[in-house]
Every structure is written in C-alpha cells, then in structure tokens.
Write a protein that binds this ligand. Sequence first.
Ligand code: ADQ
Length: 483
Amino acid sequence: HDQLRRSAEQTLERDPLSRLIIISNRVSAPTDSKSGAQGGLAVALSAALREYKGLWFGWSGEVTEKFSGHINFQRNHGVTTATVDLEEQDLEEYYNGYANRTLWPLFHYRIDLAEYERDFAGGYQRVNDRFADTVRPLIEADDIVWIQDYHMFPLGSALRKRGCRNRIGFFLHIPWPPRRLLAVLPEAAELVGHLFDYNVIGFHTDEWLESFCDYAVDELGAAREGDTLTLGDRTLEVMANPIGIDTTEFVEASRSPTARLAYRRMRDSAVGRDLIVGVDRLDYSKGLEERFLGYERFLQEHPEERKEVFLLQIAPPSRGGVESYQKIRTTLEGLSGRINGAYADVDWVPIRYVNQGYPRDQLAGIYRAARIGLVTPLRDGMNLVAKEYVAAQDPEDPGVLILSRFAGAAAQLGEGAVLVNPYSAEEISDAIVVALKMPRDERIARWRAMMANVEAQDVRWWRKRFTDVLIGSGEAAETLPSS
Ligand code: ADQ
C-alpha cells in the first residue's frame, strides 16, 4: 500500500502534463549490460522514458512480406518499446533510398552523391504515413511527442493530419545544409513546410540552426523573431541544443577492469610508440580517406617520426545496402594497403585498420591509451567520438584531440582541441606533429577546457533542455479525447 501511495505521489510531483512518446527510425531497448552495445543517446532517452513513462516507437529492423501495422510491445527495465516491421520495398525506398541515398549525402554537403528518385520520395512519405497511422492511437491527449532525426521529417505533419494536437518536438542529429545546397532537393520546400507542424526543432549548433532559418525565411517567406519562426498561422521555435555523452558513465567505463585490460593490451602492442586512434562508422562523411592521406603526408614529410607512431583506425561497416558505402570500404582497403606497403617494416606497420565494433569499456581503454584522438569528419552534426575520447583521458597525462572544424563538436571543444581542415592533408600532417610535441602542461590545460564542457553539457543536460522547451512551447495543448 505504501509503495502504491509513494508512486502516486511521485506521479503527482512530476510535471502533470506529460507522458513522453519518443519516435525514431530504430528503437534501442535498454539493456542491463555494461557491455556497451548501447550508445549514450539510447541511454539518455531510456532514462527520460523512465522519468516520464510513455514509450519509444519505431521500426523493428525486421522486414515482412506485407506491412500489417502490428505493434510489438516490449517492456525492459522500466521502458516500453513499440515496434513495427516494414516491407522490403519500404526498406529500399525509405531507408536505403530517401534517408540514406538522398538526405544523408545532401545534408552532409555531398550533392555529388545524393540521388533524387521520385520512388524514394514516395516511399519515404509512405513509411512516415504508416508510422503516423500506427502510432497515432497510442498517443494520449496530454502526451508530449519527441521525434528524432532525418528519417522522420514529415511525421509531425502526418500526425497533425490525423488530428494530433499534442506538443510535438523534433531533433535533427545531422547538419542542416546551407540554403543554396538544400535547394537542390526537389522536395525541399515541401519538406521544410512540413516542419512548421512541429512546436520545437532542435539542432546541435547555431550554424545548422541559422542555415535552417535562412531557408525558411528566404525561400518560404517565414517571418523570424529571435528563435521563433512564423509561416502563415503556424509558429515554430528553434533551438541550438548540442548533444553530449553520458559522461559519468563513460569516465567510469574508462576505469573499468575491461578498459584497463584494453589499455594494457594497446600499450604492450605499441612497444613504446605513440598511438593515434580513429573510431568511426565506415561512412564517407567521416573523412577517413582524407585522414589516411593526411597521415600518409605526415609519414612522407617526417621520416624521423615514422616508427615512433602508428595509427589504429577502427571502422565498423554501416549501411551495406547503399553503394557509396561499399565503395568507400574498397577505397579504404586500397589506401591502407598502399600506405602499409610503402612504409611498413618487419617490425612496424603504420596503419592498423580494423573493421569491427568494440564494446564501450574496451573502446574507453583504447581511447585512454592513445596519445592522439584523430577525429576528422568532412561534416558531422556533432560527433560523439570526440567527446568520448576526452572523457576517457587520464587527467594527469591526457592525450590531444585533433578535431575537424566541420564537426558540430568544434563549436564546444574548439578551445582545447587542435582544429584542422580535414580536406587538407597538410593541416592533418602538421596537427599530428603539433600534438606529438605538445608539452604535458599544455595538454592538461587544453584537456581541462574540453572536459569542463563534456561534463557540464552531457546527454542528460541535452535531454532536459529540450524537453523543458518542448513542454513550455506553444499554447497549452488543447485536450482532445484520446482516440
Ligand atoms: P554517428 O554518425 O553514428 O551519429 P557519432 O556521434 O560519432 O556518429 O557516434 C558514433 C557512436 O558509435 C559513438 O558513441 C561511438 O563510440 C560508437 N562507435 C563508433 N565506432 C565504433 C566501434 N568500432 N565500436 C564501438 N562503438 C563504436 C549521428 C550523427 C553525429 C551525432 C550523433 C548523435 O552523425 O554527428 O553526434 O548522431 O546526435
């Protein structure tokens, strides 16, 4: 009885408004394990769901012959997930198609790689409508709804069409391209128009936010007042809200027995050489080819340093169903082979190129063992590897972060990192030299500046800041009877 009363009181103490409904392409059910299969985002969103109750809706990752709209509910560690299967055609047109062959390259400034097929656009809208049809009955009158990322731009609008008057927020995890680039997308105006059905949209940085506002104002004729945009009778709030990592958990991970073991293993295999580490999904936006070329330049220009260092590049394949991803894989195999062929000796290989994922604890140990974290995406919404690298360092003897000025993370870590233009092999090469020579005092000072940010603006901060704005946004949600 006491327990019941306590939980009732807790419910009352909570914001009376709200259950939270999170919708994203993939749902990551919370696990107990410290194995680290789960990213910080999944952890943060799961924590939010525990606090606000509610549920997490998305694609199961499974394909079925005919879309049925059947929802698979699961409850794990206090979080309810609700998933649906998609059809093969959905997978091709929506996921491999519009999301990853059209939007992803375009939003990462690669108009050369973006493909514009009406079938892709049609499949994308169809899947968003399917999501809307399926999730709509699960949404109650006072719920707040938070939609994640570029797979789901039109979902808020699709929900409004189905009578949903709730507060709906959207967060974009990737960059927003400049107005003139976006204009290349045949459905650009329609897509941005849809976004006015949200109450709040979050971006990682001011740069992405400003690009969005440029398009809305200059192309659609929206009116802007500070962070409020108005188009016709619809009002939208925009906010820059940089995502962080679960810093406490990551620092802990870096001190775990598994991390210590990984650290030892790296150090032993380095036999006194300095380790440079890169960890990325195998994706052309991460600038891996340019990184290898920069490292090659360094080897060329600094023969005296050659055997003093090695590069460990960890890059698990992703999106194998998309051709450009198969291509980048082949390119990198060729390039690493060429560099190793040209410079390796019987007792030294310049690049260790590894195509698998590692559990979080182990990754933390590897980061800690690395004298340099080399994070050089050509364009990245944020980049969490940069933050993980910082969090994993030994405060007494931290490594140096070399960071692309085109990652969202540069806006927060620019003071402490060595910033580079990732397109320039020379800048990457120079930065490696600077990092290798950097005295300990300077390394510590730079690391402290970065760590202060990684600690203060962690993933919980990000989540709370967004939900606070969303809850306070618009007029009080009109209560409709839940359907
Ligand atoms: P991603 O493009 O996936 O995310 P990132 O932010 O770097 O990029 O996150 C990658 C995550 O995967 C990190 O937590 C990293 O530890 C993990 N990871 C990468 N390689 C791994 C490996 N070999 N083994 C184990 N784990 C590995 C998108 C956007 C980013 C944005 C995030 C969050 O592209 O810009 O920062 O969403 O918003």
